[in-house]
Every structure is written in structure tokens, then in C-alpha cells.
Design a protein around this ligand. Structure first.
Ligand code: CUV
Ligand code: SF4
Length: 618
């Protein structure tokens, strides 16, 4: 890992390219007011900042109001991003057609959702049903009355609690707009009210936009099942046309993969002297595409520049979110072409091809051909680090239930599908389960916290599910191979052997944390124990994005303690720190536990899980 980084630094120096490591140095030390969340720029009387001499902004807002408002706006940004991704997929579903670019791959899932939402299915064309379901989904963003439909999937206890606390989310866009209004100059200055709205907004992401993103993607592209792949920069091929797909929304990349498999395209690549076309992914687009096609993962968030620095990438095509603007100038240092495809993500130095769901396959063919034509322009100085690891990915809830069902032969009643998992947890064969998610962050050593924490958990018989960049960190470390069972405690090892699974399960992209919500909900219902009491927690060791805080809020509001390895920017307010760690615990039974030392963080996680077991009397 460190060796690769050194190689790539040399490549960067030779090419005169700058990387995040260089820019990080120039940003150090970082602004203390920003870090503590006590700089307010919400009106032009400001900016105001809280100092020992100034305990209030010009309007009188104190540190708690300022940090609280900044925090909840951060959440709104994340909810907007995830949910808008869900909305884009809904639009694709809405134009799906039998002879179009986008077809229905999981009819059963569509029919189940149609039934859930009261859409007639009998004697109807499946596409007619799909379009109506998509339309209802789209209405969830702006409906004037009621709360979100997916909330009904939650446990009774959670639904009741959200109702009582008045944090059951209404329309998704409304919660985001409410945040913007509440935090406008001269509105809410009460930190607790802001934290409550933060949870409500987060819930509209997890039980709204993200869940729609996951479900509609499954309907369109297929529900993932276990599949083998490889991860790390070594998946780039020396003698093939390398195309990187990067971002979060899988719609365009699905077509890139389809185009790259067409025989005339492969022949075209061969005619240009390449062995074929190699697609490799970064960030969550990679997660989405690998879960369904086994497409290889070049790496996670902080590896995006590294991929370009290999000099072996003909083209990088991106959709939305977590794409460094630095890719514009960086790709110019090499022959690499840079294509943006979404109005949401316009970046100087890229060529913009606006995604159109009706002609997406032709667009994708053009993009792949552009990459093939660029193969001959590859410089002689290429450097592909040879590191890569095998991984098994594709663990949707459906796939997990199916695999774990083979562990015990419990008889299958109505909720029986989750019973084996409950039995493993109850008996202590598995001490608990942890969802490890989120990004990389230059504030800590890349991937280190993810890996250290995961290793410690599995050694203690705690099964791990992952998404996002955490999943890729695990894959790169070889923890998603079945052989990784050797690193496990005896109980988890036995489960891995019986169920034929790796100890770390790849559940998809960040929006797929909605899968984790459904998994935990299923366990809670089957066990008849409220989520907050289960020996199950969440962890984001290296998070960085607004989306991560939105996620953390719906996870906590859903009753799951969340362990953070990076501090939220609210430290300048003791009240805010109290609210997000202890305050929410009194309301929803869960909160944040924050520690920037990964070893201490995992220790407190294991203690937290054991305390929950003790409280349950197991
Ligand atoms: Ni959301 S997990 S950097 S790509 S949000 Fe992007 Fe998935 Fe973090 Fe990683
Ligand atoms: Fe300053 Fe208040 Fe304006 Fe914020 S809202 S910038 S604290 S005057």
C-alpha cells in the first residue's frame, strides 16, 4: 500500500501533477472556526465567529445556534445528494420500456413494491406498472400531505417513536427545504430543535430517497447475488483499453458495461492493438456495478487520482458526487480523457455528454469508442501497481438471508427467513453485527481505520457488513475472500464455513445502507426486540461527506448507535456535542460515539455490543 503510494508519487512528480496530498499540505493548519462549526455565514451582517471575546454573532446567535445550524445544513446537503440520486433512478424507471435501453430486470421486486404501494398489477403490462410505481416514487419527493410510504416498512416501535417525537419525515424535498428555512437568518436558534430536524431530514434520506435509489436500481438492473471480482489498482490492464467509471448513479455505467461487451466494440478495440476493453470502477459507481456484474474495483475515494497517475487509463467517465475537480487538470497531464455526464456535476477540463436515458446505450458506445481511439495515445511511461485482491461481493438482503438460512435448519415460519441470523446472535455464536460504511478522509491514514476496525471485529466473532468506500477498503485488504475466515473467532469462522460466505459482506453503495436498514429491521421483527436493544451498531471510521452525516442521522434515528472516527464539526458548542452523543440517546435510544483513534473506537464498539447483550440477558 505504502509502496504503491510511493510509486504513484513518483509518477506525479514526473508528470508535474499535483495530488490531494500536496493540497492537503497547503491547507494545513485548517481553520479552527470551521472545524468547530462556529463560523456563521448565513447572512451578510456576518461572517460572525465565536471567540473568547465574542460569545455571540451580531444577531445574537450563540455557539450552539451557529454550530447547530451549520450541522443541520450539512445533513440537508447529504440528504439532497442521496435523494436526488434516487430521483434520477426513478426517472429512468419511468422511461423504461421493453425495447428501450432500460428494461425491468427484477419483475418480482417491482410487483412486490407495486403491491406495497397499492398499484394494480393484474392483467397489466409490467411496464405500465413500472411507470406508475416510478410516478408514485417521484411524488414522494414533493407530496403536500402525509409522511413517507417506506416508513411503514419500519418496526412498529420505530414508527410510533418517530410519530411521538414528530420526526416522521414528510416529503423528501420538504424536509430539505425545512432545513434551509429553519436555518435562515432569524429563524431557529435552538440547538435541540435543529438536531431533531436533522434526524427527520436524515430519515427522509434513509427511508426515502436512498431506499428508492436501491429498490429502483434493483428493479432496473437486478437485485445483486454473490459474485466474484477483484479490487485495487492492479485491476487495470497493461494491454487493454482501460475505462474508469466513477461516481454514484449507476444508470450510465450500466450502459458503458453493456457497450464494452458488444462484439463489434471488442473487435474495434482489437483493431487498435488492444486485447480488449477493461472497465474498472471507483467509489460507489464501482460498488453498484460490481455487485451486479462483477466489474472490478480500481479503488475508493482517495484512490481516484492514483488511478489516473498510472498513465494507463484511456478514459474516465463520471456521473455524480465525490469526484475531485482536480481530475480536470490531472487528466491533462496524461492522455486520459475525462467525460462528465450529469448537469449536477460539471467540471472544468472535462468533456460534457449529457446523459439521456433514451439514447444512453448509443452514448455509451460513443464514449467507449472514444476511449479505444485514445489507446494509441498512451504514453510510454505507465505504472500499474501490481496489487489486487480477490473478493466476493453482491450481498443484498435477499442474498444474505438465503446464505444464512443454510446455517441452521430452523423451520421457516412467516418471518423465518431472519431466524437463523437471530439464532446465531442470540446463542452468541455471533456476538453481534456491525455495519462499517463511509469514505476516506485525509485526516487519517487512508483505509487504515477501516481495516483495523474490521479485523478486530471479526476476530471477536462480530460479523461485518459494509458499503461505500469502506467496502472497497475491505476488498483491497482481502477481507472479502472466503479465506478471510481464518482471521475470525471460532463462532464467526463456523458461520462462514457453513454459509459459505466471507466474514465481511459487501452490501453495495452508500445509498444501499437502506439495505442495512431493512436487514436490521428484519432482525428486530423476527426477534421481537427494538433495534436500539440489538447487539448491532454502525461505524463510519473515515467519513468525510455531507451524505455521511445524513446517513449517520437516519441510522441513529433508526435506533443504531453510530461510531465515528472523524469528529463532526460542532465541537465549538458543548450543547451540540451533548445532543449528538447523549441527547439523541434519550430520544431515539442511540447516538454517536466519537473517537479518532481506531483502536479505541473498536474497543468501545465491542464493549457497546457486549453491554447490549448483557442488557438482553444473553
Ligand atoms: Ni457515498 S463512501 S466517498 S463513494 S460518500 Fe463518496 Fe460512496 Fe463516501 Fe465513498
Ligand atoms: Fe452573524 Fe447572525 Fe448573520 Fe450568522 S445570522 S452571520 S451570526 S448576524
Amino acid at each position: 500500500m505504502e509502496q504503491n503510494a510511493q510509486l504513484l508519487r513518483e509518477m506525479a512528480a514526473k508528470a508535474g501533477a499535483e495530488t490531494w496530498e500536496d493540497r492537503k499540505k497547503n491547507q494545513t493548519p485548517q481553520c479552527k472556526f470551521g472545524e468547530d462549526g462556529i463560523c456563521c455565514r448565513i447572512c451578510s451582517m456576518g461572517p460572525c465567529r465565536i471567540t473568547p471575546k465574542a460569545s455571540k454573532g451580531i444577531c445574537g446567535a450563540d455557539a450552539h445556534a451557529i454550530a447547530g445550524r451549520n450541522y443541520v445544513r450539512f445533513i440537508a446537503g447529504g440528504t439532497a445528494a442521496h435523494s436526488d440520486h434516487g430521483r434520477e433512478i426513478a426517472h429512468v424507471l419511468h422511461v423504461s420500456s421493453r425495447d428501450g435501453n432500460y428494461i425491468i430486470k427484477d419483475e418480482q421486486k417491482l410487483l412486490r413494491l407495486a403491491k406495497e404501494w397499492g398499484v394494480a398489477t393484474e392483467d397489466r403490462d409490467i411496464y405500465e406498472v413500472a411507470h406508475e410505481v416510478a410516478e408514485i416514487g417521484l411524488m414522494e419527493y414533493g407530496k403536500p400531505f402525509g409522511t413517507l410510504r417506506y416508513l411503514e416498512r419500519a418496526t412498529e416501535e420505530r414508527q410510533k417513536l418517530w410519530e411521538e417525537l414528530d420526526i416522521a419525515p414528510r416529503a423528501i424535498d420538504r424536509e430539505i427545504a425545512t432545513v434551509m428555512h429553519m436555518t435562515h437568518m432569524g429563524c431557529t436558534a435552538d440547538a435541540e430543535a435543529l438536531v431533531m430536524q436533522g434526524m427527520r431530514t436524515g430519515l427522509s434520506d434513509g427511508w426515502g430517497g436512498s431506499m428508492m435509489g436501491t429498490e429502483f436500481s434493483d428493479i432496473l438492473f437486478g437485485t445483486p447475488t454473490p459474485i466474484e471480482t477483484e479490487a485495487d489498482l492492479g485491476v487495470l490492464e497493461k494491454d487493454m483499453v482501460n475505462i474508469i467509471i466513477h461516481g454514484h448513479d449507476p444508470a450510465m455505467s450500466e450502459m458503458i458495461v453493456a457497450a464494452s461487451n458488444q462484439s463489434d466494440i471488442i473487435d474495434y478495440a482489437k483493431s487498435k492493438g488492444a486485447r480488449g476493453v477493461n472497465i474498472a470502477g471507483l467509489c460507489c459507481t464501482a460498488n453498484e456495478i460490481t455487485m451486479r456484474h462483477g466489474v472490478k474495483m480500481a479503488g475508493n475515494f482517495l484512490q481516484q487520482e492514483g488511478a489516473i497517475l498510472t498513465g494507463a487509463v484511456e478514459l474516465i467517465v463520471v456521473d455524480v458526487q465525490c469526484i475531485f475537480p482536480s481530475l480536470g487538470p490531472l487528466t491533462k497531464c496524461f492522455h486520459t480523457k475525462f467525460v462528465t455526464t450529469s448537469d449536477i456535476t460539471r467540471i472544468p477540463g472535462s468533456e460534457f455528454i449529457k446523459f439521456d436515458p433514451i439514447t444512453a446505450l448509443d452514448q455509451a458506445r460513443d464514449i467507449v469508442k472514444m476511449a479505444i481511439d485514445n489507446y494509441q495515445n498512451r504514453g510510454s511511461n505507465i505504472c500499474i501497481p501490481q496489487t489486487k485482491q480477490k473478493a466476493v461481493v453482491g450481498y443484498s438482503c435477499e442474498a444474505i438471508i438465503k446464505r444464512l438460512d443454510t446455517v441452521t435448519n430452523s423451520h421457516v415460519d412467516e418471518l423465518g427467513t431472519y431466524k437463523p441470523l437471530v439464532e446465531c446472535l442470540e446463542s452468541g455464536v455471533l456476538r453481534g453485527a456491525v455495519g462499517i460504511v463511509g469514505c476516506n478522509n485525509p485526516k487519517v491514514r487512508t483505509d487504515y481505520s477501516h481495516i483495523e476496525i474490521i479485523k478486530e471485529l471479526i476476530a471477536n466473532d462480530i460479523i461485518v457488513v459494509t458499503t461505500g468506500c469502506s467496502a472497497q477498503a475491505a476488498a483491497k485488504a482481502g477481507l472479502m475472500q472466503k479465506e478471510a475466515k481464518e482471521l475470525c473467532g471460532a463462532g464467526l469462522k463456523r458461520v462462514c464455513e457453513l454459509a459459505d460466505i466471507p466474514p465481511v459482506l459487501h452490501m453495495g453503495s452508500c445509498v444501499d445502507i437502506s439495505r442495512i436498514l431493512m436487514l436490521v429491521t428484519g432482525i428486530s421483527k423476527a426477534w421481537n426486540v427494538d433495534i436500539a436493544k440489538l447487539p448491532i451498531v454502525g461505524c463510519a471510521p473515515e467519513w468525510m461527506s455531507e451524505k455521511a452525516v445524513s446517513i449517520a442521522n437516519y441510522v441513529v434515528a433508526s435506533g443504531i448507535d453510530t461510531y465515528l472516527g472523524i469528529e463532526p464539526q460542532v465541537k465549538g458548542s458543548a450543547q451540540m456535542m451533548e445532543l449528538i452523543t447523549e441527547g439523541t440517546r434519550k430520544m431515539v435510544g442511540a447516538g454517536f460515539i466519537i473517537n479518532t483513534d481506531p483502536h479505541k473506537l473498536v474497543k468501545s464498539m465491542i464493549e457497546g455490543i457486549e453491554a447490549k447483550r448483557t442488557a438482553l440477558g444473553i
